[in-house]
Design a protein around this ligand. Structure first.
Ligand code: ATP
Length: 427
C-alpha cells in the first residue's frame, strides 16, 4: 500500500523510514518532506501543504493511510477534512487537538477529570494575573494560551520575570514570540513543579490505548540544561525515571482517565497522545502538558527501538482495534543528538552546506529535519538540522556511538549539546 506522512521534521523522517520497513508498504510520500527524505530513493517528497490539496493527492494516488506528524495541521483540522472525505488518517480531530493547542482547555480538562497537574488560574486581564503572581510567589510558571513551538512558556525564578512575561503575552502588539492565539490573548499561571521530566507517548484509537517506549528530551540549548528553551536538543529511550511503578501510575492516573474523559466529553481522542510529565522524588507523576502528536526528537530514538510493523499498527489504530496490538521493542538504549543551525533557536541561519554525512548503519542513523537539497547539494534549511541516533547496550555506549557518527558531519556554526543522556548515564 501507499502511505503519506505529513510534515518535514526529523520526526517525520523517522516515521517514514520505519514505515518503509513494512512488507505491506510500497511507497511512502512525505509532504512536504526535507533534504533527507528527498535523498532517499525509496521516499517521495510531495510539495503540498494545503489540506484540501493533500486530500486530492491522496485520492488521485490511491494512498491507503495518512499519518500526521506536527501539531499545526492537526489544530488546523486536517483530520476532520480527511474523514469527511472518507480517507483513512491517524491523528486527532481539531476539537481533540485542543489538548495541545489550548493550555486553558487542557488545564480545565485535567481539573474536571481529576488528572494530576500543577494548580493554576487562567487570565485575560493583566492586573488580575499580576495580583495572582504576587499572592502565589516565585518560582512560578507563565504560559501563553496557544501554539508557540515551545517558546510560549516562561519558568520564572522571580516574581519580576513572571510580571514581564504576563505583560508581553497579554499585549498582542508586544507579542515578540508570535504565539498563535486562539482568540483573545490568555495566559495560564501555574505552580512550579519539582522533579525530573519524561515523555510518555501512547497511541489511541478513541477507546483503546497502547503505550510506546518511554523517553526523555533535553529542551535547553546548552550543556547542563543551561540556555534558552528549544524544540529539543536530543532524546533517548527508555527513560529510567519511569520505573514499572511510575509507568503503572501514569497509565492509571493520567493516560486512561484522559482517554476516557475525552470520550465522555464527546471528543474521543485518536492519534498519538503525548503526556509531558514531571516525576517527583516520591515517584508521583504530574502532567506538565499534553501534546497531540509524537515528540521531536523523541520519535527518532523510539522508532529506532520499535520492532513491530508500524504500518500494521497504524491500520489497527485507524480501525479501532488497538486492543489487538502488542508492541515489541529492541532491548537496547537508543539515543539521538540534535545538530542545530547557528543562531537557533531565535534566528537560525540557513543555506550552509552540509558535509561528511556517513552511510546509515544498523545501529546508527542520521535523521534529517531542517535540510534541503539545492542544486543537488545538501544545505541547512531550518533550526534543528539533523538528529544522529544510535543504539547501544547501555546509555553510555549509545551516547558514544552517536557522538562518534556525529563528529564526521560538518556544517558552519553547528550547535551540539555534548551531554545528551547524562541523567540515564548517572543512574
Ligand atoms: P513544548 O510543546 O515544546 O514542550 P510548550 O510550549 O507546550 O512546549 P510546556 O511543555 O508546557 O510548553 O513547558 C515547556 C517546559 O517548561 C517544560 O518542558 C518544563 O521544562 C517547563 N515547565 C512547564 N511547566 C512547568 C511547571 N509547572 N513546573 C516546572 N517546569 C515547568
Amino acid at each position: 500500500m501507499k502511505v503519506l506522512v505529513i510534515g518535514s521534521g526529523g520526526r517525520e523522517h523517522a516515521l517514514a523510514w520505519k514505515l518503509l520497513e513494512s512488507p505491506r508498504v510500497q511507497t511512502v510520500y512525505v509532504a512536504p518532506g526535507n533534504g533527507g527524505t528527498a535523498l532517499d530513493p525509496r521516499l517521495e517528497n510531495v510539495p503540498i501543504t494545503d489540506h484540501a490539496a493533500l486530500a486530492d493527492f491522496v485520492v488521485a494516488q490511491k494512498v491507503a493511510l495518512t499519518v500526521v506528524g506536527p501539531e499545526v495541521p492537526l489544530a488546523g483540522g486536517v483530520v476532520d477534512l480527511f474523514r469527511e472525505r472518507g480517507l483513512r488518517i491517524f491523528g486527532p480531530t481539531q476539537a481533540a487537538a485542543q489538548l495541545e493547542s489550548s493550555k486553558a482547555f487542557a488545564k480545565a480538562f485535567m481539573k474536571r477529570h481529576g488528572i494530576p497537574t500543577a494548580a493554576y488560574e487562567t487570565f485575560t486581564d493583566a492586573a488580575a494575573a499580576h495580583a495572582y503572581v504576587d499572592a502565589r510567589g516565585a518560582p512560578i510558571v507563565v504560559k501563553a494560551d496557544g501554539l508557540a513551538a515551545g517558546k510560549g512558556v516562561v519558568v520564572a525564578a522571580t516574581a519580576e520575570e513572571a510580571h514581564q512575561a504576563i505583560d508581553w503575552m497579554l499585549t498582542p502588539e508586544d507579542n515578540r514570540l508570535g504565539v498563535q492565539h486562539n482568540d483573545v490573548p490568555r495566559v495560564v499561571v501555574e505552580d512550579f513543579l519539582e522533579g525530573e521530566e519524561a515523555s510518555f507517548i501512547v497511541m489511541c484509537d478513541g477507546r483503546n490505548v497502547v503505550s510506546l517506549a518511554t523517553s526523555q528530551d533535553h529542551k535547553r540549548l546548552l550543556d547542563n540544561d543551561q540556555g534558552p528553551n528549544t524544540g529539543g536538543m536530543g532524546a533517548y529511550s527508555p527513560a529510567p525515571v519511569v520505573t514499572p511503578n511510575v509507568h503503572a501510575k501514569v497509565m492509571h492516573e493520567i493516560v486512561l482517565p484522559t482517554v476516557q474523559g475525552m470520550a465522555r466529553d464527546g471528543i474521543p481522542f485518536t492519534g498519538f497522545l503525548y503526556a509531558g510529565l514531571m516525576i517527583d522524588a516520591q515517584g508521583q507523576p504530574r502532567t506538565v502538558e499534553f501534546n497531540c502528536r509524537m515528540g521531536d526528537p523523541e520519535t527518532q530514538p523510539i522508532m529506532m527501538r520499535l520492532k513491530s510493523d508500524l504500518a500494521e499498527v497504524l491500520l489497527h489504530a485507524t480501525d479501532g482495534t488497538l486492543d489487538k496490538v502488542t508492541l515489541e521493542w529492541d532491548r537496547r538504549i537508543a539515543l539521538g543528538v540534535v545538530m542545530a543551525a547557528e543562531g537557533y533557536p531565535l534566528a537560525p541561519r540557513k543555506g550552509d552546506p552540509i558535509h561528511g554525512l556517513p552511510e546509515d548503519a544498523p545501529d546508527a542513523r542520521v535523521f534529517h529535519a531542517g535540510t534541503a537539497l539545492v542544486d543537488g547539494r545538501l544545505v541547512t534549511a531550518g533550526g534543528r538540522v539533523l538528529c544522529v541516533t544510535a543504539l547501544g547496550d547501555s546509555a553510555k555506549l549509545a551516547q558514544q556511538r552517536a557522538y562518534e557518527v556525529l563528529q564526521r558531519i560538518q556544517f558552519a556554526g553547528a550547535q551540539v549539546r555534548r551531554d545528551i543522556g547524562h541523567r540515564a548515564i548517572r543512574r
